[in-house]
Design a protein. Structure first.
Length: 126
């Protein structure tokens, strides 16, 4: 053996890489999917706020985007809009990690003062 030469087994490095690469791909896909849940929540919240405002004005709410469901509920002088959607991970191996994203918004019914001809808005989203 030459001086300073350390024998190595290049075959084991290749096997370790081949075994670890699929795990790395699944972890990366899970991380990207988890980050996309935040964007889905923001989109659902926007849909809920818009629907609550439209219903408070007496307008029919716009239909929710595909895959989202909208439920309107009246609570006294408030209208509450709830949007839900089921998010599945992009990797079939993680199919058991389905998450329901839910967002809601509330708006007060708008009232028109007949004497002054002004609109009291009172719209408040949360």
């Amino acid at each position: 053996m030459r001086r300073g030469h350390i024998p190595s087994d290049h075959g084991s490095v290749t096997v370790e890489l081949a075994m670890g690469l699929p795990v790395l791909v699944v972890i990366t896909a899970f991380a990207v999917w988890a980050a996309s849940l935040g964007a889905t929540y923001v989109r659902a919240l926007d849909v809920a706020q818009t629907a609550a405002r439209q219903a408070a004005r007496g307008e029919p709410p716009s239909p929710p985007p595909s895959g989202m469901s909208l439920r309107l509920q009246t609570e006294g002088d408030l209208v509450r809009a709830e949007v839900t959607t089921l998010q599945r991970p992009p990797v079939p191996v993680l199919s058991g990690f389905e998450v329901t994203v839910r967002a809601d918004a509330t708006a007060a019914y708008e009232q028109i003062n007949s004497g002054a001809g002004q609109i009291n808005s009172g719209v408040g989203d949360r």
